[in-house]
Design a protein around this ligand. Structure first.
Ligand code: ARG
Length: 273
């Protein structure tokens, strides 16, 4: 039985893919030998921004920096909740300068509570926020010690989750928060260690469990406002189960950005509070 759903207006920080390309490989999706169509990526990104605006959300923009091709993936640059900003620290030197660009943006936009991270964490790539919890990925990028650091900063209990499949190197590729108030999620169990799968099963017994083909289509790299779930349209198998739960799936095509190993959620850093 579908429960009643309601959307709340959101704010997202996005960065146009003006300098997006694949010239190094940080994950199995990135192949520097395959050319990237940057104007196509830009057009798809603009459509995603338009979808957010048409749903009543606000999009703030981070200026793209030449030489930082992954900057379009703003979700990795920080984690924001209750107006407090937990800065990122990237695992790879190629992306390191992005963290500073984010911190400068937040400082210039009136965010007073800025945390300079001690341990490596790749922002919302590995930290999923609900009203009562932080779900935190580890195994590929984010240092497990960053989990405790985030718990202390946000005052929300952290549930650490071990990622085991390199195709799902960030938590936001394997798990999506569908309702942050009620704490409802969708996830792909094989992306997690056996113990973490068991943790997810206990915490979210009614979760939407994604099939491999939908997870591989970046279907869990989704953004929800509590009602609308914006996700890659190719993840067709998720649409029915989302509707059954009372959500409205909104399919988009950001396939050119998939060449970098990211999709809808990776391009959208939620500015909570
Ligand atoms: N090329 C980027 C990397 O490997 C993609 C990041 C995708 N972002 C995300 N939130 N999963 O770091």
């Amino acid at each position: 039985m579908a429960r009643p759903r309601s959307a709340t207006p959101r704010r997202y920080l996005m960065c146009p893919p003006a300098h997006f390309t694949v010239r190094y490989s940080l994950n199995p999706w990135m192949d520097p030998a395959k050319p990237v169509d940057t104007p196509l990526a830009q057009a798809q990104w603009e459509q995603l921004r338009e979808v957010y605006r048409s749903l009543g959300h606000t999009v703030a923009e981070l200026a793209p920096v030449p030489g930082l091709p992954d900057m379009v993936f703003t979700a990795n640059g920080a984690t924001v909740a209750d107006g407090r900003v937990f800065g990122a620290r990237f695992a790879h030197p190629e992306r390191e300068p992005e963290a500073q660009a984010h911190l400068e943006w937040f400082a210039a936009h009136g965010y007073g509570h800025l945390h300079l991270p001690v341990h490596i964490n790749e922002g919302e790539g590995d930290l999923a926020v609900t009203d009562s919890l932080l779900l935190a990925g580890r195994g590929f990028r984010t240092n497990p010690l960053a989990h405790g650091e985030a718990q202390e900063f946000f005052g929300r209990p952290v549930i650490g989750l071990e990622l085991v499949d390199p195709r799902f190197y960030h938590l936001d590729l394997a798990l999506a928060v569908l309702d942050d108030a009620a704490g409802e999620v969708a996830y792909y169990p094989p992306a997690f260690s056996p113990g973490s799968r068991e943790v997810l099963r206990r915490l979210f017994p009614h979760a939407l469990v994604a099939a491999e083909e939908d997870a591989l289509a970046f279907g869990l790299n989704a953004v929800s406002d509590g009602l609308h779930v914006v996700l890659p349209q190719a993840a067709a198998g998720l649409f029915g189960p989302l509707r059954e739960r009372g959500f409205e799936p909104v399919g988009v095509d950001v396939s050119e950005l998939h060449r970098g190993g990211g999709s809808v959620k990776c391009c959208s850093l939620e500015l909570r509070g």
